[in-house]
Design a protein around this ligand. Structure first.
Ligand SMILES: C[S@@+](CC[C@H](N)C(=O)[O-])C[C@H]1O[C@@H](n2cnc3c(N)ncnc32)[C@H](O)[C@@H]1O
Length: 218
């Protein structure tokens, strides 16, 4: 694969678009579904919780979320119009009415009032946030007291070795740094879980991949 192709893959992971983006989104769901499910499990959803997801991708994991708690209110934000389209089809196929999908800009801000959510989670998107401290602070604002954040990402040492992990697109953070930032913002009880999984990378190769789930409380 040429350098240009690898740059394309990096940019498609940041914001999928067009036919290539659609194909990548299908592949992303296959390679990341275990990570997403582990993250959702850590939230310990209760019926009627209000849940916010940042960067839902194709949203093919929505049935899993509703199988964990079928009466939750799900809100998702995305920067990719293509992912909005794919997710809208998933939404149409489900019986749940409490799904709201919103297209946002990369502004590190969220279009919600203070204390709106019981949980906020995000999987494989922190690499693309222009200002993670601002975004974590914004998430803190929209969480209810006692609410939780769950953040999942590929472990930094493994992630930065990936051929498509271009420095001008991806930013990788050490877990210790993320925990310190979350704690400084005011999150408490910050816990971490480390996993190692057999999956596929974005080029379709089999990989044994380490990932981390962090969870903190407001
Ligand atoms: C690598 S994909 C991960 C998708 C899915 N969460 C997963 O783990 O398979 C990153 C997704 O986050 C979205 N994204 C990137 N930056 C974002 C931001 N600042 N706010 C919301 N979504 C964002 C992209 O459009 C893309 O769909």
């Amino acid at each position: 694969m040429s350098m240009l192709d690898l740059n394309d893959v990096a940019n498609q992971l940041r914001c999928p678009s067009g036919q290539a983006g659609e194909e990548l989104a299908e592949m992303m769901f296959k390679s990341n579904s275990n990570m997403i499910y582990k993250t959702v499990d850590r939230l310990q959803l209760d019926q009627k919780d209000a849940v916010l997801e940042i960067g839902f991708g194709s949203a093919k994991h929505l049935p899993y979320i509703f199988s964990a708690a079928k009466n939750i209110r799900y809100h998702g934000v995305e920067i990719s119009p293509l992912m909005m389209e794919m997710a809208a089809k998933v939404k149409e196929s489900l019986e749940q009415e409490q799904i709201e999908l919103t297209l946002t800009g990369e502004l590190n801000s969220l279009p919600y009032s203070d204390k709106a959510f019981n949980h906020c989670f995000s999987v494989n998107t922190v690499y693309f946030w222009s200002d993670p401290v601002k975004y974590f602070t914004e998430i803190y604002r929209v969480l209810k007291p006692g609410g939780s954040i769950a953040l999942s990402y590929i472990r930094e040492d493994f992630a930065q070795e990936q051929p498509f992990a271009k420095e001008d697109v991806f930013h990788f953070y050490r877990t210790e740094w993320l925990i310190r930032i979350l704690t400084n913002i005011g999150y408490s009880h910050v816990e971490r879980w480390q996993y190692i999984e057999n999956t596929f990378d974005k080029l379709g190769n089999k990989v044994i991949r380490p990932f981390v789930v962090l969870k903190g409380k407001k």
